[in-house]
Design a protein around this ligand. Structure first.
Ligand SMILES: *Cc1c(COP(=O)(O)O)cnc(C)c1O
Length: 363
């Protein structure tokens, strides 16, 4: 969607994104700082995000799916790419062609990779999240029958924390201890436990590589402390119309908001189909020239209504910009208002938005 045709614009500050990479890299001590660019780089756009990370020095990438890995390989040639979900049977040759490493999450994954010819791969252990990764019993089997790993070149042994954003969670040291104990049963290989928040739990969580995603996008990895990251994403919607309504008149589907007095309502051209979730109706705020305005009424598929009574009319022209997310309205604030997390909002930002990049680089 080009800028003129789109109803709303997602601006991505790639210099801030790169600065965040450098901040995370420095905070990870001697560990390699890998970047997680699954889900179209959390909605920002895989190509520009990957190139910016590469220019900032990143050489280790993680994606969820084979298709994402192939797309990334077409953009960056000289980087290591691990595919977190592993290889579905029958896709192994595509991994080798694109030089992708599957992350093996079960004995079935291990067996399929070995039978298809083996080669470089990651191993993921379940240390307590009960989601993906080799179980205790599977690790014991591998320890007892090491021939199951014959021909597999283990590049990284990883696990994932359940509550790393909560520095006091008892599960953090528990998972670390389980990770250590289980890793010791396997052939020696570099290790990785921390994602964005894990980086800030201390050096004992860094191991050989960290895997950062959300903090690159400016979301606070340390919710109990000031945000060390720079803001990256601004979402700007365009005003379509402005109207005055009388006291008692309703706004939007179901007329869930009624004007307590004479009010001025601006309608902007963006809605839940663009990822501005319906739960934000009647609770979120937006900003016009830094001044906060409440979202009133329900969010429609393509439209949002705002009470702009307090805003000077010169800022309310046809096509005038409204900050739905950005320097005034943080991603964290919006997510909290909508009863969700920044990850969900970011990855849900829709294909109809025009994506504009500040500081774009060539690979
Ligand atoms: C998504 C993901 C990450 C990145 O997590 P952030 O919290 O976004 O930094 C790291 N590791 C694994 C296994 C993941 O699935």
């Amino acid at each position: 969607m080009d800028r003129d045709a789109a109803g709303a614009i997602l601006s991505v500050d790639l210099e801030a994104f790169q600065a965040n990479y450098r901040t995370l890299d420095a905070a990870s001590g001697g560990a390699i700082c890998g970047a997680v660019v699954k889900a179209n780089a959390y909605g920002l756009g895989l190509g520009p995000a990957a190139k910016a990370l590469h220019a900032a020095g990143c050489r280790h990438f993680f994606v969820a799916h084979l298709g994402e890995g192939e797309a990334l390989r077409a953009i960056l040639d000289d980087v290591e790419i691990q595919v977190l979900h592993g290889a579905n049977r029958g896709t192994e040759d595509r991994f080798r062609t694109a030089r992708l490493f599957p992350v093996l999450n079960s004995l079935d994954h291990v067996e399929a990779w070995r039978e298809s010819g083996g080669g470089p791969a990651g191993l993921h252990l379940d240390s307590g999240l009960s989601r993906l990764g080799l179980s205790d019993c599977e690790i014991e089997t591998l320890a007892r029958e090491p021939e199951r790993l014959a021909g597999i070149d283990i590049r990284l042994i990883s696990s994932h924390l359940a509550s790393s954003e909560d520095r006091d969670a008892a599960s953090n040291p528990e998972q670390r201890a389980r990770f250590e104990a289980r890793r010791a049963l396997l052939p020696p290989a570099p290790a990785s436990l921390a994602a964005s928040s894990g980086v800030f739990l201390g050096p004992e969580y860094h191991y050989d590589m960290v895997r950062c995603g959300i903090a690159l996008h400016g979301v606070n990895p340390t919710p109990d402390r000031p945000n060390p990251m720079r803001q990256v994403v601004t979402l700007t919607a365009k005003i379509l119309t402005v109207r005055e309504i009388d006291p008692g008149e309703g706004v939007g589907y179901g007329l869930t908001w009624r004007a307590p007095a004479r009010r001025r309502i601006a309608t902007v051209s963006m809605g839940y189909a663009d990822g501005y979730i319906r739960a934000l109706g009647n609770v979120a705020e937006a900003a016009i020239q830094g001044r906060r305005v409440p979202v009133v009424g329900r969010i429609s598929m393509d439209l949002i209504t705002l009470d702009v009574t307090e805003v000077p009319s010169c800022a309310l022209g046809f096509g005038a910009p409204v900050e739905m997310l950005g320097p005034t309205i943080s991603l964290d604030e919006l997510a909290t208002a909508g009863g969700t997390i920044a990850y969900e909002l970011l990855t849900g930002l829709g294909a109809r938005l025009h994506r504009a990049y500040v500081g774009e680089v060539d690979a």
